[in-house]
Design a protein around this ligand. Structure first.
Ligand SMILES: [Zn+2]
Length: 268
C-alpha cells in the first residue's frame, strides 16, 4: 500500500513562506498598539516577533495534523485490515511524534511570550506616561474641597433628584449644612445623594478620577484602571467601576455622574 512519505521539511517550508510577511504584521500591530518612545517600540517589536513565531509554529503543526487526519480518512476506504492498521499507526505516529510535541510546546511558549510582551507594553504605558492626560488627575478636582465645591455648585444652580418626591425637583443649597433641600418637600440630602458616590467611604477625589477615566476610556480594563489610579485593592476598583457603568447606562446618567459627563463629554 502507498503509505505517504513524511517529508516534513519540504512540506513545512512553503507553509512558513505562506504566512503574511513580517512587514504587514508589523504594520497591523503598530497600528493597534501605537507605540510611543523607544521602550514601547522595543516592546511592540517583541510582540511582532512573538506573533510571527507562534504563527509559524501553528502553520507547522497544521501540516502534521493534516497528514494525520488524511491518514485517518483513508482508513475508511480500505478493506484490508493490515492497510487500516498501518494507516492508524501512521496517524498515531504523526500526532505522537517528538517533533509534533516540540512544535506544540514551542508554539505555546511563543504565544505566551506574545501575551507577556503585550502585558509589558500596557504596564509600561500606564506607569511611564504621566503626561497622558487620562492618568494625571484633573487639576480642577485635585482636592476634596474642589470636588465638594463642584457638587455644591450643581445644587445651587438647579434641580436634583429628591428621594422622597421620587422626581427631579428644584432645590436650595444650604451652605451651612453642606446639603441640598428640596423646594417641594423640604427634605435635605447630602451632596453625594443621587450620585453613584452615595454612601461610599472613598474620597471624592478618587471617585472623580475614576469617573473621568471611565468616561474618556470606556473600554479600559479594571486592572489597568487600578494601576492608573493607584488603588491597591482590585475589589474596590471593581465596585467603583460597577457603580459608574450602571450610572452611565441609566436614564439619569448625568445626575448619577454628578454632571461629570457634561464636563468631559459635553453631553446634554
Ligand atoms: Zn422632595
Amino acid at each position: 500500500m502507498d503509505v505517504p512519505l513524511l517529508n516534513t521539511e519540504q512540506l513545512l517550508l512553503p507553509a512558513l513562506q505562506n504566512v503574511c510577511g513580517p512587514s504587514v504584521l508589523q504594520e497591523v500591530i503598530e497600528q493597534e498598539l501605537n507605540p510611543v518612545g523607544s521602550i514601547e517600540h522595543i516592546l511592540a517589536d517583541e510582540v511582532v516577533r512573538r506573533v510571527e513565531q507562534s504563527r509559524q509554529f501553528e502553520a507547522a503543526l497544521t501540516i502534521y495534523r493534516d497528514q494525520a487526519s488524511q491518514a485517518l480518512l483513508r482508513i475508511k476506504s480500505r478493506d484490508d485490515q493490515q492497510d487500516r492498521s498501518q494507516l492508524a499507526m501512521l496517524a498515531t505516529n504523526i500526532m505522537a511524534s517528538p517533533r509534533h510535541e516540540a512544535l506544540f510546546r514551542q508554539g505555546l511558549a511563543a504565544s505566551r511570550a506574545m501575551f507577556g510582551a503585550i502585558g509589558e507594553f500596557r504596564k509600561h504605558r500606564i506607569a511611564n506616561e504621566p503626561a497622558a492626560n487620562w492618568i494625571q488627575s484633573d487639576p480642577r478636582f485635585a482636592t476634596e474641597q474642589h470636588c465638594l465645591a463642584h457638587l455644591a455648585r450643581r445644587h445651587r444652580n438647579g434641580t436634583v433628584f429628591c428621594r422622597r418626591c421620587q422626581t427631579v425637583t428644584p432645590g436650595t443649597y444650604i451652605a451651612a449644612r453642606a446639603a441640598w433641600q428640596c423646594n417641594k418637600c423640604g427634605r435635605q440630602s447630602g451632596l453625594r445623594s443621587g450620585t453613584c458616590m452615595n454612601r461610599s467611604p472613598l474620597p471624592l477625589t478618587a471617585w472623580f478620577n475614576v469617573i473621568r477615566i471611565i468616561l474618556l476610556h470606556p473600554t479600559i480594563s479594571t486592572s489597568d484602571l487600578a494601576v492608573a489610579v493607584r488603588v491597591s485593592r482590585q475589589q474596590t476598583v471593581n465596585s467603583m467601576v460597577h457603580r459608574i457603568r450602571d450610572a452611565v447606562d441609566s436614564d439619569q446618567a448625568s445626575l448619577r455622574l454628578a454632571g461629570l459627563d457634561k464636563l468631559y463629554l459635553g453631553v446634554d
